[in-house]
Design a protein. Structure first.
Length: 412
């Protein structure tokens, strides 16, 4: 295959989904709506205060529940107030139903009850998610992995969009297996989790998640670990997790493509090689960053995004790339973002996406930044252009890597 970055603009087309999404945001989240939203919060709180003060006036012990069926309101309150005295202490690990201390088994599931206090906290779960690609060749050194024959194979690039779809499917199904394992082994009642806990659990189906409480970065992804600052609001933790997961997934997709081209088994060498490729040049850094920002936007709300890591790279370049070339990196990033979104959406369904947005509107106090929205690039590459872009990333990247083995070794 031949070509360069500027050739790719010929394969560019509108990303109608992103365009629609932005239009929808501009319609829904005008400043006036934000104001209304806060008012709703306040009046809700006042109601809650009013209700709780009404509770105090009811003498619960004297409300015979069965004999006063018409007074649902009081009965409901009475039940609520009785809870502290017979608070369930056990739960069924099968169906999740809760039971008082004296119960032993769940009659429906016929299993022993467990103590609620022993329930696992999703944040504490240690995960070892596995992504496998098996090939005929297992390379044990970078010299072997990047030998002349292999560099030629990468240059010839015998890879189609159907191969790409198979890889996406493969990554999706491996994530599902990892997720199922986590839920079963830790006896998690998924429906009981709040939206942040659900996203943490999903993230742990792809990578290890660590918590940090120092430094100014919200989070970062390094080798197979996402580190996230848990001092942030829930919604910021969610967007950070989705952003960092996107970095992981771009890397994983490219590892699988490389292994397919070389009929190689995925190992720590292929992983380090892709870490190098995604970071050695501004070209790949921009693609990686734009894709991650974009996926974040598709799962949360456009207009609240922070493109700072993209802009930082852009500013550090000092005229190294033309404006058109930078736009092409955005189109490539957008196209990767679509694939990542597809993988994540197989786990994060529509209802959860709504919950994420609700959480966001609860936490966020600033107004959306429409200027940033107007600057969004809404182009994607067609299949032919995308394959060429992947070729450009891998072919150039592997060539440079082959003459920088010492750098690869430092990543390993
Ligand atoms: Zn049960
Ligand atoms: Zn990033």
């Amino acid at each position: 295959m031949t070509g360069n970055i500027n050739d790719l603009s010929r394969y560019s087309q509108y990303d109608t989904e992103k365009l629609d999404l932005i239009k929808e945001v501009l319609r829904e989240f005008k400043p006036i709506d934000m104001v209304k939203c806060y008012c709703r919060e306040i009046s809700f709180d006042e109601d809650a205060i009013l209700e709780s003060s009404m509770d105090m006036d009811i003498d619960d012990d004297k409300v015979p529940m069965e004999s006063r069926p018409g007074e649902l309101r009081e009965i409901r309150k009475s039940v609520l107030k009785v809870i502290p005295f017979s608070e369930p202490e056990k739960y069924c690990p099968e169906c999740g139903r809760e039971y008082p201390k004296e119960e032993v088994v769940c009659p429906d599931c016929l299993v022993h009850l467990k103590k609620i206090s022993d329930k696992v906290d999703v944040c504490d779960i240690k995960s070892e998610p596995k992504f496998i690609f098996n090939g005929q060749n297992s390379y044990e050194s970078f010299e072997d992995l990047l030998n002349k024959g292999n560099l030629l194979k990468i240059n010839e690039f015998d890879f189609t969009i159907d191969d790409y779809q198979i890889i996406l499917h493969d990554i999706k199904s491996q994530a599902f297996l990892n997720f199922n394992k986590l839920v079963k082994e830790n006896e998690i009642d998924f429906d009981e989790l709040d939206i942040l806990e659900k996203i943490i659990l999903f993230a742990k189906s792809f990578v290890k998640v660590d918590y940090k409480s120092s430094g100014s970065q919200l989070g970062y992804f390094e080798s197979d670990v996402i580190s996230i600052d848990d001092r942030q609001t829930d919604s910021l933790q969610i967007t950070t997790l989705i952003h960092e997961l996107s970095h992981f997934l771009i890397q994983e997709i490219l590892i699988h493509i490389l292994c397919k081209l070389l009929d190689a088994t995925r190992n720590s060498l292929t992983e380090s090689l892709l870490t190098f490729i995604l970071s050695y040049a501004h070209f790949t850094q921009l693609i990686d960053e734009y894709a991650a920002h974009n996926v974040e936007g598709r799962f949360t709300i456009f207009g609240f995004q922070d493109y700072s890591s993209f802009t930082q790279i852009e500013q550090s370049m000092d005229g190294e790339m033309t404006a058109e070339e930078i736009e092409i990196t955005k189109s490539i990033g957008n196209t990767f973002a679509l694939s990542i979104k597809e993988i994540l959406e197989s786990l994060i369904d529509r209802q959860m996406r709504e919950e994420i947005k609700e959480q966001f509107l609860k936490d966020v106090m600033e107004r959306p930044n429409y200027r940033a929205l107007e600057m969004e690039n809404c182009q994607i590459l067609n299949d032919e252009g995308f394959i060429k872009a992947i070729w450009l990333i891998l072919n150039d990247g592997c060539e440079v890597a082959a003459s920088n083995i010492d750098k690869l070794l430092s990543i390993l």
